[in-house]
Design a protein around this ligand. Structure first.
Ligand SMILES: [Mg+2]
Length: 243
């Protein structure tokens, strides 16, 4: 790849290790129940947990259909499911409880990713993020990067809740290319999922690298294979011709 100018990274299971879904659901349930209790509402914990399970299913359905689904939709769904009457104040409290910034544990960085980002930058490569945002909004994801001290290593961000579509939609890759000032032939994307990261990058004319160091998406039915596959971010410079 002699003309490479920019590299973008997926967020979960590429830059940071995604937290366990059951743990996140339990934390959200606890926070929502505390907010409801503050408002004098005594709600069955299993009803909240059940609603949060439904929310994840609904998110996955909408994600696959490329229809935006955010934490606000999730809160609305939970409120409807448990049947409480909302005041503006309670709505605010529930939203804050649902997407609270501070997890008890900051999700860990992928091994060797920081050294690799620093190396690529030293080679003059522009660095971006292309991320399908789940139920934690991009403001929370940015704060995770900030708490790890690496927010400044990125030149541009394309978060789906700010762009308005999910990978593999070419518009989110165009958003990233425009922000980084490159054409597709000058860009590579690194991510773990075939359906979104790899299919999206390849169909947009980017060089696609599948990172399998945290989650190995070996299901060939899910989408195409990357132009390269790395298990360790330390191997990225070599496959990008920058070693
Ligand atoms: Mg991912």
């Amino acid at each position: 790849m002699p003309d490479l100018v920019a590299v973008t990274f997926d967020f979960w299971d590429t830059l940071l290790q995604a937290p366990d879904a059951a743990v996140v659901r339990a934390i959200r349930a606890e926070r929502l129940l505390a907010a409801l209790s503050l408002a004098g509402l005594d709600v069955d914990p299993s009803a909240v947990l059940g609603a949060l399970g439904e929310v994840v299913k609904e998110f996955n359905r909408r994600w696959g259909a490329n229809e935006q689904y955010t934490y606000l939709d999730a809160v609305e769904f939970v409120v409807h499911r448990i049947g409480v009457t909302l005041t503006p104040e309670l709505h605010e409290r529930l939203v804050t409880a649902f997407c609270g910034k501070e997890l008890p544990q900051l999700p860990p960085l992928a091994p060797n990713v920081v050294d690799t980002l620093i190396y690529l930058r030293a080679k003059g490569i522009r660095i971006g993020i292309i991320c399908d945002v789940g139920l934690s909004p991009s403001m929370v994801l940015r704060s995770h990067l900030d708490r790890h001290g690496i927010l400044d290593l990125f030149d541009h961000w394309s978060f789906s809740d700010e762009v308005g579509c999910y990978k593999p939609d070419p518009r989110i890759f165009e958003h990233a290319a425009a922000g980084l000032g490159v054409v597709p032939e000058q860009a590579a994307h690194v991510g773990d999922l075939r359906r979104t990261d790899i299919a999206g990058a390849r169909s947009s004319g980017w060089f696609a690298v599948r990172y399998c160091g945290i989650h190995d998406d070996h299901d060939e039915n899910a989408g195409p294979e990357g132009d390269a596959v790395v298990r360790d971010h330390a191997d990225l410079p070599d496959v990008l011709g920058l070693g």
